[in-house]
Design a binder for this molecule. Structure first.
Ligand code: KIV
Length: 268
């Protein structure tokens, strides 16, 4: 019996039975095949492609056309994984714009879910999308599209007010209909608390091992970002003799066994 395709309900079932969800970013057909074979459940076509593929300094310049192109490259080799596509900077500034952008990511790009950054201010947009049958993944903590406002890439939610804002935003996104949440660069204890208080799965990146799943930028976990490796990532290719497929399989196993992230990749 072939493995059934991963849906939002599959992810909810994985959370319910305490099995961590393995997610990686993915931007092309060749890697899609490798990630599928390793059992990655969620392929995130992230706007991080602006940095790792295009050499941009931030994700801000990434366009909707580019996201549609990369989603379509991934969708052509998709087997059973769920494809989440990032809505780029300012393409969801109003619910109307978000609906138009999501239509392109899903109809032309083949994405199954769209991801957007932000909390309470995004509630009307998340509600409008989910009312039109667009599955939504929220993104809280460090918001890369807000880097010019934040002034850099730093762990968020370290102070009590910041932590409370992230808790409140997480609940608000869930109530608005989000089916998945990414928490980026928040203290591990806060991320674990949010994951256990929400019914929807929470995927962490730089947020400790207490989330319902993990995501990394593919190029980081293959050591292809040697000048700027984020401290919360790990080079799974280093020291292996079974190449990229082995590194990806090792990541999936480490996530499933809750061995990654370890203490050395976990923010206080
Ligand atoms: O764009 C991306 O790759 C992301 C991850 C860092 C979560 O949003």
């Amino acid at each position: 019996m072939p493995n059934p395709r991963v849906t939002v309900s599959t992810l909810a079932a994985l959370k319910a039975r305490g099995e961590p969800i393995a997610c990686l970013t993915c931007y092309d057909a060749s890697f899609t095949l490798l990630l599928e074979r390793a059992g990655v459940e969620v392929l995130l076509v992230g706007d991080s492609l602006g940095m790792v593929l295009q050499g941009q300094e931030t994700t801000v310049p990434v366009t909707l056309d580019q996201m549609v192109y990369h989603c379509a490259c991934v969708a052509r080799r998709r087997g059973r994984a769920l494809i989440v596509g990032d809505l780029p900077f300012l393409t969801y500034a109003t619910p109307e714009r978000a609906l138009a952008a999501a239509a392109r990511l899903m109809q032309e790009g083949g994405a199954h879910m769209v991801k957007l950054e932000g909390g309470a201010a995004m509630v009307p947009t998340v509600a409008a999308l989910t009312a039109q049958a667009v599955p939504v993944c929220g993104h809280l903590g460090l918001l890369p599209q807000s880097v010019h406002k934040l002034g850099g890439y730093r762990t968020q939610g370290r102070d009590p007010a910041g932590a409370q804002a992230i808790r409140d935003d997480a609940l608000a996104l869930q109530a608005a209909g989000a089916g998945l949440l990414v928490l980026e660069c928040v203290p591990a204890a806060l991320a674990a608390e949010i994951a256990s208080s929400l019914t929807i799965p929470v995927i962490g990146i730089g947020a400790g091992s207490g989330c319902d799943g993990q995501v990394l930028v593919l190029h980081d976990m293959l050591g292809l970002n040697p000048d700027r490796p984020p401290g919360f990532s790990k080079d799974f290719l280093r020291g292996r003799d079974d190449g990229v497929p082995g590194a990806i399989a090792a990541y999936v196993q480490a996530v499933k066994a809750r061995c990654f992230p370890g203490p050395e990749q976990t923010p206080a």
